[in-house]
Design a protein around this ligand. Sequence first.
Ligand SMILES: *[C@@H]1O[C@H](CO)[C@@H](O)[C@H](O)[C@H]1NC(C)=O
Ligand SMILES: *[C@@H]1O[C@H](CO)[C@@H](O)[C@H](O)[C@H]1NC(C)=O
Ligand SMILES: *[C@@H]1O[C@H](CO)[C@@H](O)[C@H](O)[C@H]1NC(C)=O
Ligand SMILES: *[C@@H]1O[C@H](CO)[C@@H](O)[C@H](O)[C@H]1NC(C)=O
Ligand SMILES: *[C@@H]1O[C@H](CO)[C@@H](O)[C@H](O)[C@H]1NC(C)=O
Length: 454
Amino acid sequence: MARKKSLWCYFFLVVLKETSASVECSFIDAQEIILMCIPVGVPDVILKLESLPLNGYTEMVLLRACGITELEHDSLKKTSLKYIDLSENRLKELDSDSLHNSPSLAYLNISNNLLSRLPVDLFVGNPHLLVLDLKNNFLGNLDVGVFDSLVQLHTLDLSWNLLLGKDLSSLLFVNNKYITYLSFAGNDMNGTPDSLLQSLEVLEVLDLNSCGITEVAKFATQSNLKTIKELNLSSNKISKLVNEEIFKNLHNLEILNLAHNELEHIDENVVAPLRNLKVFNLSHNELTYLSDNLFRRMLSLENIDLSHNLISKVEVEMFLNNPLKILNLSFNMFTFLPNTFSMSLRKPNANITEFYFHQNPWQCACLKEILYEVDHLKVTHKTDVPGYMRPICVTSLEMRCIRDDSVNDVFRNMYYNILDGNRIWNTIRDSSNRCLKPRLHTAHFRAVSKEVGR
Ligand SMILES: *[C@@H]1O[C@H](CO)[C@@H](O)[C@H](O)[C@H]1NC(C)=O
Ligand SMILES: *[C@@H]1O[C@H](CO)[C@@H](O)[C@H](O)[C@H]1NC(C)=O
Ligand SMILES: *[C@@H]1O[C@H](CO)[C@@H](O)[C@H](O)[C@H]1NC(C)=O
Ligand SMILES: *[C@@H]1O[C@H](CO)[C@@H](O)[C@H](O)[C@H]1NC(C)=O
Ligand SMILES: *[C@@H]1O[C@H](CO)[C@@H](O)[C@H](O)[C@H]1NC(C)=O
């Protein structure tokens, strides 16, 4: 076989503060030579990496978590190198020419180091680089031109650095039109120029979680980005979705994550262009209600996560256009759902298989009806989450599901008073140790709740 290589094993020196450690070669499949540090993950040895004894065949260098603080001049210069993992070390800087003689380099992982800047000509010798992981460093800015030679780059992870979107140049990615995965998560992307990603032609995943942004970033939704399939906007400070233009280009989007934001309301016209959306994650927001037509035009929507909001009402009609498989309504404000709600989500084109509704201030009678339905339909559900000391439901003496908004407050107060009292339902007993069975009468409920909440 042409690629057959001799299996030389190098022992060599990586030096040295107080201790010396060795870097060894090992073999993946008797063809590739990889170099890796032994023992992996030495915590306190501080190493200066001198010239690695790479030979002309070495393709992989795996030096993850080796305590490397510096790459000595020439250490990685080998034309055969394709894959370099230097993640989880303590590199503070890289010389401009550290990678210049590795023209075949396709994968470079320098994540989890201490880099605060990248020399502008660092990558000039690596036109074939496909994957570049710079996650979790201290990069404060990126010079225009630094990625210019990476004309084939498809994965770029810049997450959890100290970047300020407002300081990034619109020319930063001019030559990187083939990027398909891009992450800025954990940087401050407020004020990023709208044209930052103007040259990208095939972007599929854009991760903007934890970027401190207060509205859906315009740079993420420009017309050249209509190829995006997955947009992660979770853990930001977005409180409104009102700009009807904002998603107009994203009609290929399949996954939209808006979890952990501050949304109180969503205008249905804003999300209407997302007609290919499959997963819509709205969990951990402050939604109190959903407009009737919110999902109506999303004809591919299969998975809706509305958990951890303040919603008390949904109508079956809201979901009738969606081929829904998974619905999460847990941790909301429901005391009841529409009659035969889950049955209705088993219509000709929908086939709900997972439905979560636990941790709501349920009326016991209503909960019982739903449980009966989901058991009958064999839909996966949960009644409780281990570790949560929460009541499961509250009831009046009359075990009847009362589908009337006007009684919601009564049941909710009862439920939350119990919750505040930090007791679970089945421990609530009166002075003679009988289980309390409050009647459906507001004043009485309040009294009971008070008593229970004490
Ligand atoms: C880079 O290395 C880290 C481990 O330090 C790993 O978690 C991550 O997945 C790697 N990145 C890529 C793109 O392979
Ligand atoms: C989005 O970011 C969150 C962190 O906020 C992460 O848990 C999630 O896996 C990411 N991806 C998607 C598709 O939501
Ligand atoms: C929604 O996002 C939250 C937070 O990132 C995550 O925990 C949850 O699993 C996501 N839901 C779905 C359906 O992906
Ligand atoms: C809601 O339920 C879905 C389906 O099990 C799950 O993937 C998702 O993580 C849940 N959401 C949260 C915030 O836990
Ligand atoms: C609905 O989903 C279940 C479980 O995935 C599957 O067994 C069943 O065939 C599906 N029914 C239809 C009509 O798609």
